[in-house]
Design a protein around this ligand. Structure first.
Ligand code: FAD
Length: 497
């Protein structure tokens, strides 16, 4: 196969990106150095925005059927109160407990359906580029091979070889603290509540295993490179909560640290980065995998447009412009959250950290505080910078999944996004959009339900990733046509979309 985009890494980010590219008709290949998928799950959940993204591609049903929803998630394990996602304005106001292996399996299934080839056992060892394409040197089962493509995307995790080979710096803070994680088939669930009260994260996985994450004050300075033994895990549990929670033989033990880094750029020429290759942080608030999926969704259609030759000037650069600030917010936010976890574990500051946690628990009980933090952690409040200063205030925000009546019958906005094209929505009669276009689906619709943010909005252009590219409140047909043509030109490279 002649490869247009090579994706390095078949983790969740690489798989979703490959799906998005294939959906847009790009010839994409994925390589991964592992010969088999991971058997252990680092991440445990999907947050509301990630579930919305799956909904936009018709996959939410599969994901929801495979996991279990819970009303919220921890902001920091040292706080008694959890974020309450039920307060959020979404059709999916919950976290989905779903082990990473299962999310990856579902994405791999989708990739297969879209004809994506995943080549396992191929490790990227070198990356080069020139004006016309990129070249990746791979070490494979049959020896070295080179793949040439128009673009290469490093989705190869925190130690990304692609990032290093492209000379992209990865500044940030070194590891200063670590925690241990263990999955067990046997545990005494009567201890769960007690363990939680002592700041241990306990989660019963849908795989039947029980996950413990422990931060033992005497062990948090242990380098994450040092292996964990069952004896250490038991001792730490006893030390922290007075019982070893009846754990049996582990299925998985690991240690992870709080090194926090953000790539200086998400694009260098024909090399791009997404997911952990672009940002790493302590997994507090459960945001790493979710942020990677959102990177992939932002990049997929833009890269497809560049490969297919219809990308307006600068479109591909909006990937860095939009996602790097998100990476910055997530890495900075997790450092603050990690401090909340670390403070109660250490005496070195001589501060009554529990008072700070009590104060924050009180604040989290306030609906506005919950709404703000839950909006950030769920990524529902991610807003991309507007393309012009006089753009409608909706520009860059996520499009809500409105119930509509269209000429073809009832539909939800997210259902209209299934094929990964722009959706041009006209509310009301007489303002209809272009009849035929390659990248845009034009729909005239009546919307249901009152929403003050959409009051007076007569047309909206929704991007393939569900963010609003353009909105107008004009009802003058000539002005609307002129504005619409300009917006379509800016986003799709053609006045008719
Ligand atoms: C203990 C723990 C708990 C976590 N919990 C959560 C959570 O609840 N929610 C959440 O959102 N996130 C969580 N995370 C973070 C989450 O696991 C990561 O953010 C996520 O796996 C990133 O996905 P990715 O696809 O970008 O990278 P990865 O999952 O790291 O995938 C990278 C892939 O690239 C391959 N690869 C690497 N180098 C090469 C190479 N040179 N050539 C070819 N292939 C290569 C690897 O084999 C791998 O398959 C947690 C992390 C930890 C450590």
């Amino acid at each position: 196969m002649d490869t247009e985009v090579l994706v390095v890494g078949a983790g969740p980010t690489g798989l979703l990106l490959a799906c998005e590219l294939a959906l847009a008709g790009v010839r994409v290949r994925v390589v991964d150095k592992r010969t088999t998928p991971h058997r252990e799950s680092r991440a445990l959940n999907l947050h509301p925005r990630s579930i919305e993204l799956m909904d936009m591609r018709g996959l939410a049903g599969r994901f929801l059927a495979a996991g279990r929803t819970v009303p919220g998630w921890q902001f920091a394990v040292s706080l008694k109160r959890r974020l309450d996602f039920t307060a959020l304005d979404t059709r999916h106001p919950y976290a989905l407990l779903l082990a990473q292996v299962r999310s990856e399996a579902l994405l791999a299934e989708r990739a297969r359906e879209l004809g994506v080839e995943v080549h396992r056992g191929y490790e990227a060892v070198a990356v080069g580029q020139d004006a016309h394409g990129a070249e990746v040197g791979l070490s494979g089962p049959g020896g070295p091979v080179t793949i040439r493509s128009s673009y290469v995307v490093g989705c190869d995790g925190g130690r990304s070889r692609v990032r290093q080979a492209a000379g992209i710096r990865f500044p940030g803070t070194r590891e200063s603290m670590s925690a241990v994680v263990g999955d067990f088939a046997v545990a005494d669930h009567a201890c769960n509540e007690r363990a939680r009260q002592h700041g241990v994260l306990v989660a019963r996985l849908e795989t039947g295993l029980t996950r413990f994450v422990v931060m033992d004050p005497r062990r948090i300075r242990t380098p994450s490179s040092e292996p964990v033994t069952l004896e250490e895990f038991r001792t730490s549990l006893r030390q922290v909560c007075g019982t070893d929670c009846g754990i049996g033989e582990p299925r998985w033990l690991s240690r992870f640290g709080n090194a926090t880094r953000l790539a200086e750029t998400y694009r260098r020429g024909r090399v791009l980065l997404a997911g952990d290759a672009a940002h790493i942080h302590f997994p507090v608030g459960a945001q790493g995998l979710n942020t990677g999926l959102q990177d992939a969704m932002n990049l997929g259609w833009k890269l497809a447009a560049a490969v297919r030759g219809w990308a307006p000037p600068g479109l591909l650069d909006t990937y860095h412009a939009e996602r790097h600030p998100v990476g910055h917010a997530v890495t900075a936010g997790t450092r603050a959250q990690t401090l909340l976890v670390e403070l109660p574990l250490t005496e070195q500051y001589g501060l009554p950290a529990s008072l700070l946690c009590e104060l924050l628990d009180t604040l989290l009980g306030m609906s506005e505080v919950n709404r703000y933090l839950a909006g950030r952690i769920s990524a529902l409040d991610t807003v991309y910078p507007p393309s012009s200063p006089d753009a409608d205030p909706l520009t860059g925000r996520r499009m809500p999944d409105l119930d509509l009546t269209t000429a073809a019958g009832p539909a939800r906005v997210y259902e209209l996004l299934r094929d990964g094209r722009f959706v041009l929505l006209h509310f009301g009669e007489g303002t209809g959009g272009p009849e035929r276009s390659s990248h845009t689906r034009a729909v005239t619709a009546h919307r249901h339900g009152a929403r003050s943010d959409l009051d007076g909005v007569s047309a909206v252009l929704v991007r393939p990733d569900g963010h609003i590219a353009w909105a107008t409140r004009t009802t003058d047909p000539r002005a609307l046509r002129a504005e619409r043509a300009e917006a379509l030109l800016m986003w799709t490279g053609s006045r008719s979309g």
